[in-house]
Design a protein around this ligand. Structure first.
Ligand code: 9UX
Length: 67
């Protein structure tokens, strides 16, 4: 399934890399696409392996707010 999360605080390329890397470390995450301009993260993942709450928690652990 593919989900779009709205994430606050991502402004530069390092933010993009941090969010992308942390999500890709989760088992079940297939594709991550960060759009800095829109402040959104598209995530394609396997619902059987990872939950939305886990995706959000991984982003928040990096210091960003998921709204
Ligand atoms: Mo860039 Mo992001 O200097 O938290 S890493 S704004």
């Amino acid at each position: 399934m593919t989900l779009t999360l709205h994430v606050q605080g991502m402004t530069c390329g390092h933010c993009k890399a941090a969010v992308t890397n942390t999500l890709q470390q989760l088992d079940g995450v297939r594709r991550v696409d960060v759009h800095l301009e829109q402040g959104t993260v598209d995530v394609e993942y396997d619902e059987a392996k990872v939950t939305v709450d886990q995706l959000k928690a991984a982003i928040e652990d990096q210091g960003y707010d998921v709204v």
